[in-house]
Design a protein around this ligand. Structure first.
Ligand code: DP6
Length: 329
């Protein structure tokens, strides 16, 4: 059977940073994100006994090497669940530049979990899909749900309690805007996966990260439920800077920000002093995501674009990952 799915990317307000089990993608800490309607992946999958190996195409390019191995290892989990040996054909399209560090792995593995699960004849509910997507890329477990989402880290060694839940639907707080400022389209040198492993093993600040993240999660849950934008922004910024604190103190140091990224951070802090309420957050890359409310979307976008040499993508809280009838092959 052929099946297609659509999933949105997400931006973490309290970050997933560090694994306690690399094989099962189990995190040291919980995380909270907003699912983004502007950054979407559409994926079609079909299994066939006639294929000699998995064939995966992303944005018109055949995936090879380590990336193909990763996709095949993920498809192996689904084959194991469905008791089949058939190889898969996968075609995937992002509506944003995949290499630009806008969390294409989150929407990518969420869409693949849903499309491949359905194509293999599995009928998985959202919790099962979140558990599955996690094993392709940790942050993908959050992209199964729309709106405001928490990945509960769980405590079991088999990972069966480490999955996302929805804190609130997108309609709970539709005024939130996330403006992604793309400062570079080059693929980053160190992927999040390697960056977080190096941080856990070498940063002297990692214990401080772990010791303070529960407090950030508590505050963020409250901010989301009460729709307190100032609280949400302040915690998101602090949590992002704390994550960067652990990254820049690894051995050797990892510095994902470019001069342009830092320029945007200064600009956002300055605009806030002038009364424009916006906050920043960044993932493991040079792009900056600026959080604001609908009333300030236009002004914030214009000010960002005036900084030159950046592109912006504006998102609102997006919906759940879902199957679609339009197939890509
Ligand atoms: C900084 O989910 O890409 O974006 O689980 O190794 O695939 P793997 O890592 P990934 O890491 C995301 C890290 C982050 C923070 C976040 O999204 O929570």
């Amino acid at each position: 059977m052929k099946a297609s799915a659509s999933a949105n990317s997400n931006i973490a307000l309290v970050k997933y940073w560090g694994k306690r089990d690399a094989k099962l993608f189990l995190p040291h800490n919980g995380s909270i994100s907003i699912t983004l309607d502007g950054l979407n992946t559409h994926t079609t999958c079909a299994f066939s006994d006639k294929l000699a190996g998995d064939k995966v195409d992303i944005d018109g390019k055949a995936v090879q090497g380590a990336e193909l191995k990763q996709a095949s290892a993920f498809l192996d989990i689904i084959r194991g669940m469905a008791k089949t040996k058939a190889r898969a054909r996968v075609v995937s399209k992002n509506n944003f530049p995949a290499a630009a560090g806008l969390a294409s792995s989150a929407s990518g593995f969420a869409a693949l979990a849903l499309a491949a699960g359905k194509a293999a004849g599995l009928n998985l509910d959202q919790k099962q899909l979140s558990l599955l997507a996690r094993r392709g890329s940790g942050s993908a477990c959050r992209s199964i749900y729309g709106g405001f989402v928490e990945w509960q880290k769980g405590s079991k060694s088999d990972g069966s309690d480490s999955h996302a839940i929805q804190l609130a639907k997108p309609t709970h707080w539709p005024e939130i805007r996330v403006i992604a400022a793309i400062t570079s389209r080059q693929a980053k040198k160190i992927k999040s996966r390697a960056g977080m492993a190096q941080t856990v093993s070498t940063s002297p600040f990692y214990p401080a990260w772990k010791a303070t993240v529960e407090q950030d999660l508590d505050g963020m849950r409250q901010a989301v439920m009460a729709k307190n934008f100032r609280m949400l922004g302040q915690i998101a910024e602090h949590n992002c800077l704390k994550m960067f604190g652990t990254m820049i103190t690894t051995k050797p140091a990892i510095l994902y920000w470019s001069p342009k990224s830092v320029e945007i951070l200064h600009a956002v802090m300055g605009w806030r002093e002038e009364g424009l309420e916006c906050y920043f957050t960044c993932d493991a890359g040079p792009q900056v995501k600026v959080l604001c409310l609908a009333r300030d979307e236009k002004e914030t976008s214009q000010r960002l674009l005036a900084l030159q040499d950046i592109e912006i993508i504006v998102s609102r809280p997006g919906g759940d990952a879902h199957t679609v009838s339009r197939h890509l092959f």
